[in-house]
Design a protein around this ligand. Structure first.
Ligand code: NI
Ligand code: MN
Length: 222
């Protein structure tokens, strides 16, 4: 069994045979309910360099000794401070028996004003379950390839608009990804990315998929 815990915004723990932490924006996240130092991941995945995704990655990595997986360029920036692993879209790593694949996202990426390489999503293949974290992205036609080739069981999709796709965009994405279940993210953290999860739920159900809409820190069993 794999547990998914939403820490708010785009930050999730995926806990099975290992503990994967993605985009740990917690300390400055207005909707977060935990302290970053309470997390003890085996690996930290960063989708891109923006502050609301890199967040507390350095502090958590130093505490937990978990390496940070990021684009080649972002890992070059972070490697003086923490142990990093680099990847780019199309690449797959095997980490303690878990397969992690980086895929495209349509977005930008910088870190403290420095170019931070590609903006990415990740497919985490753990304990027989495939989870797609889309990162910050617009919907794009190649999500159909991600659906056909990676066949994610669950997709974590941004719905807040403004910097990413909105609810209607996420439904278009879901129809290409064809994952049975979907969890919304990247909404209602700031006023610019307001979205109604009830509207998302209704539209996902109408499209024939299963929405899972966690509260912050609720544990979802997949
Ligand atoms: Ni971003
Ligand atoms: Mn973002």
């Amino acid at each position: 069994m794999v547990n998914v815990i939403w820490h708010g915004h785009a930050c999730f723990s995926i806990e099975g045979s290992i503990n994967v932490l993605i985009d740990p924006f917690i300390g400055k996240n207005p909707v977060a309910k935990i302290k970053p130092e309470s997390l003890n991941p085996d690996i930290i995945l960063i989708t891109h360099g923006h502050f609301d995704h890199t967040g507390d990655a350095i502090a958590i990595s130093k505490n937990s000794k978990a390496p940070v997986l990021a684009s080649f360029e972002l890992s070059e920036i972070l490697k003086n401070e923490v142990e990093t692993m680099d990847i780019n879209p199309g690449g797959t790593i095997d980490f303690k028996g878990i397969k992690i694949t980086a895929v495209n996202a349509v977005h930008s990426s910088s870190y403290n004003g420095l170019y931070a390489g590609a903006s990415m999503g990740y497919i985490i293949d753990m304990d027989g379950i495939k989870i797609y974290h889309a990162g910050d992205t617009a919907y794009f036609k190649d999500m159909e390839l991600i659906g056909n080739i990676s066949k994610p069981d669950t997709s974590l999709l941004p719905i807040g608009g403004h910097y990413t796709m909105d609810i209607d965009g996420s439904i278009k994405a879901l129809k290409m990804l064809k994952s049975k279940t979907v969890i919304p993210m990247h909404y209602n953290t700031f006023p610019a990315i307001g979205a109604n999860p009830e509207e998302f739920k209704n539209k996902v159900e109408k499209a024939g998929f299963k929405p899972l809409i966690p509260e912050v820190e609720e544990v979802i069993n997949l």
